[in-house]
Ligand binder design. Sequence first.
Ligand SMILES: NC(=O)C1=CN([C@@H]2O[C@H](COP(=O)(O)OP(=O)(O)OC[C@H]3O[C@@H](n4cnc5c(N)ncnc54)[C@H](OP(=O)(O)O)[C@@H]3O)[C@@H](O)[C@H]2O)C=CC1
Ligand SMILES: O=C(O)[C@@H]1CCC=N1
Length: 264
Amino acid sequence: MSQDAVIGIVGGHGWMGRSLGIALLEQGIVSARQLVVSSRSGSGDAYRDWPDVRCVKDNQELVDLTDVIVLSVRPQDLASVNIAAHDKLVISLLAMASLQEISGQVGSRRVVRAMPNAAAEIRRAYFPWHASQQVSEADRQLVQALLESCGKARELPTERDLDYMTALSGAGPAYPALLAQSMLEHARQMGIADDIALEAVMQTLVGGSLLLERLGDDPGDMVERLISYDGTTAKGLRTMIDGGIEQIIHRGLAAAHQAASGSR
Ligand SMILES: NC(=O)C1=CN([C@@H]2O[C@H](COP(=O)(O)OP(=O)(O)OC[C@H]3O[C@@H](n4cnc5c(N)ncnc54)[C@H](OP(=O)(O)O)[C@@H]3O)[C@@H](O)[C@H]2O)C=CC1
Ligand SMILES: O=C(O)[C@@H]1CCC=N1
């Protein structure tokens, strides 16, 4: 598959679709003439800076104009996509829909499942993917190049791993959001002004995450290091650990994994 391939994004005005489309354009991985996007409403001004991007409402027209088709609709809208891809390369971003389901729905055996996350919008996604056997080595290189535009892309050996990553990294940005929400609520209850509480929570979570990335160690090492002071942090962490935070996180991940896997 050539790097001059024309890319079509079904659902290209939506959150993930436009994150990918704009990342590809901004990094010059595709030119505006190499991008076609579709949606039922045809609405949105996401591509206003690239007037040569072709926006269509007919998904089959998109398929006919392109070499690679990215599916970026919600899982419940898959049936409405209604295309015959004639064995073109199809990259599905959908949670829950298996390779087999996608293949049957779009009429192609060259199918990749890829799992973005919300940080694709700022090009910091973790973007694992898994390909069907019919996807060639050249296709795989193209997929990796396209997905890397949004962050870190990684081919996974099995579809089972992809189902798991849907719960871990696909849903993942929601987990620090939940932690932030809970910390913020507590700070407010303690009488801290809203703007200061928000500033403190954001700076702390972002700073803490960047530090973990910089250290590159097992995160458990940082937990142990701070517990070893036997001070304020140790008191807070021990209370959370004894209260079952690990079991709660594992239960949440297991529930998300179950939803991502369906009956597989
Ligand atoms: N958001 C996230 O954090 C993540 C999302 N995903 C997956 O990405 C996929 C897309 O999610 P997201 O971008 O958030 O969803 P959005 O609702 O933001 O975007 C979906 C887009 O699909 C369009 N659409 C729906 N049906 C059709 C159709 N038949 N033909 C053409 N376009 C259609 C919609 O536009 P219109 O209604 O105008 O047709 C809409 O713009 C989902 O399958 C989800 O599982 C995966 C990981 C993370
Ligand atoms: O919630 C969902 O189903 C999708 C998959 C991971 C994130 N969003």
